[in-house]
Ligand binder design. Sequence first.
Ligand code: MUC
Ligand code: MG
Length: 367
Amino acid sequence: MKITAVEAIPFAIPYAKPLRFASGEVHTAEHVLVRVHTDEGVTGVAEAPPRPFTYGETQESIIAVIDKVFAPQITGMSPLEREAIHAKLDRTVANPTAKSALDMAMWDIVGKSLGLPVTTLLGGYTDRMRVSHMLGFAAPEAMVAEAHRMRDEYGITVFKVKVGRRPFTLDVGVCRALREEFGDGIELYVDGNRGWSASESARALRAMDDLDLTLAEELCPADDVLGRRWLVGQTRIPFVADESATTPAEVTREVLAGSATAVSIKTARTGFTYSQRVLFQCEGLGVEVVMGNQIDGQLGTTCAVAFGSAYRLTSRRAGELSNFLDMTDDLLTEPPRIENGTLAVRPGAGLGIEIDAGKLARYRQDR
Ligand code: MUC
Ligand code: MG
């Protein structure tokens, strides 16, 4: 089987409820749909979400690097030669979501041609994950109301609270309001997207010591090297590296330097192949992981739950799998459904999804 063509299709779908956080905000899902075609008629799909505030990629840069660099490099190769394909892609630095979409589309092809779900090929541990919902910046009452809605409509009881604004006039109060409202009926953790300094983070964590937070993510920048180590050394809950550990090497650096004690795995930036490497490395080191969300749409979420369900360690914690609920529409013929606070993996071959041709025609921006 040979790759005959690669398509990188820009599309834009507005959010019903934009997501706001310390490093940026997203109002429209301006993503890139990646399709890898083969001479056997099997096509693999995945989506790349441009996140300039995290990786420097834009929709235009993803399309350009795929069309001009990656597609010519891998056309004519077999999707089974993943290692050889990654050796080619890795000649270009960075561009993580562009590379990951190609990687996941190739796994989709492999699954489809074997007649097996990707999640089975990856590890096949379980068939669903508990879901954690991200509460973006809003007025404290609105964040509490959103948590109620997510619990009532979808059964979600795990919440990641975006912090990193003003620790004492806003963020700590929101976390306290959520704990007071729901008691021990919910799990709570926080993600600062580097918005606080190390000393603000230390004070805020002390002020929230009684709130039973289960994780603290990227509260301050890992580039504040000594400050971050000082903070992590005194933190009593796992400190998650997200945007500071986006490759296996960065994971090694952050964990061994004492700048993180847990790692967020995002298939949008490490695909399936490099997410496996990050996961196995964390397992070997005895470091906890959480399946993160790159503000993914339905297709990205399908990939995240396929990976997260495949392994023991990734399915231990709830995965961040609910962002797509805030979009006005999406591309799949059958949307993922969160029920009783869980999301099931797709049973079909490959990723088990189909793109709705009418919706793609409506939202694509290149025609
Ligand atoms: C998250 O976990 O930080 C916001 C920025 C980003 O890179 O991902 C999202 C969610
Ligand atoms: Mg994060």
